[in-house]
Design a protein around this ligand. Structure first.
Ligand SMILES: Nc1ncnc2c1ncn2[C@@H]1O[C@H](COP(=O)(O)OP(=O)(O)OP(=O)(O)O)[C@@H](O)[C@H]1O
Ligand SMILES: O=C(O)C1=C[C@@H](O)[C@@H](O)[C@H](O)C1
Ligand SMILES: [Mg+2]
Length: 204
């Protein structure tokens, strides 16, 4: 990917190996070696849950937003400022197509990665996709104060979330083989609830 307009001042942050000793792998939850993708709205928990799920499964973890930031050397919000959403989406798609070739990995996608049809095909065909679902008011509560999400820098972020959710929910549903509600359980419980779902999916 050509990142030449950016410097590279951000600390390198590629795939995360588990920092602490990994727990024993949950048996039979490897879905072959295909990547496990997490999709869902901003604040649904893709980054937080993805990191813990990867540890639980003994897989690597990669967050597409963080990987893009590491490669470009700037925050996602600055890419939006300089190249607009369109420029960001081009970079996001290229990175997704590249990272989807990897194996034994959990990948947290960006909230809007499902917007492009080519990305949806890539997610469906190359991996197992989990939709992390949460209600608009809970998403708002989680991300309202975070200035790092450019699409929410509007006069009425709550309404913006509702609009994005209405637009994207069918797309998340379309690509996902599994879905879990993240608004009602703490992160560790969401991860624990995913293990039997993955096992069932593997057995099917
Ligand atoms: N199940 C949960 N219960 C409570 N808080 C949660 C839960 N999941 C995530 N959070 C919190 O919500 C915030 C947003 O989570 P996170 O950054 O993982 O979302 P995301 O889906 O990666 O969003 P984005 O698409 O913007 O990267 C974090 O502060 C996180 O700790
Ligand atoms: O929902 C979205 O469109 C986005 C979510 C984030 O993960 C980032 O990818 C970026 O802020 C755009
Ligand atoms: Mg994230």
């Amino acid at each position: 990917m050509n990142n030449s307009i950016y410097g590279g001042a951000m600390p390198a942050q590629s795939t995360e190996a588990a920092a602490a000793p990994a727990p024993r792998k949950a048996a039979g939850t490897q879905c072959g070696s295909r990547p496990i993708f997490l999709v869902g709205m901003m604040g649904a928990g893709k980054t937080t849950i993805g990191r813990q799920l990867a540890r639980q499964l003994g897989r690597e973890f990669l967050d597409l937003d963080h990987e893009l930031e590491a490669r470009c050397g700037v925050r996602v919000s600055l890419i939006f400022d300089i190249e607009g959403e369109e420029g960001f989406r081009r970079r996001e798609s290229a990175l997704l197509q590249e990272c989807a070739q990897r194996t034994d990995i959990v990948i947290a996608t960006g909230g809007g990665a499902v917007l492009a049809e080519a990305n949806r095909r890539c997610l469906r065909e190359l991996g197992l996709v989990i939709y992390l679902r949460a209600r608009g008011d809970e998403l708002y509560r989680r991300v309202a104060r975070d200035r790092g999400r450019p699409l929410l820098q509007t006069a009425d972020p709550r309404a913006r979330i509702a609009e994005l959710l209405a637009q994207r929910e069918p797309l998340y549903e379309e690509v996902a083989s599994l879905a879990v509600e993240t608004g009602i359980m703490p992160v560790s419980q969401v991860v624990q609830s995913l293990i039997p779902l993955l096992q069932k999916h593997e057995a099917a």
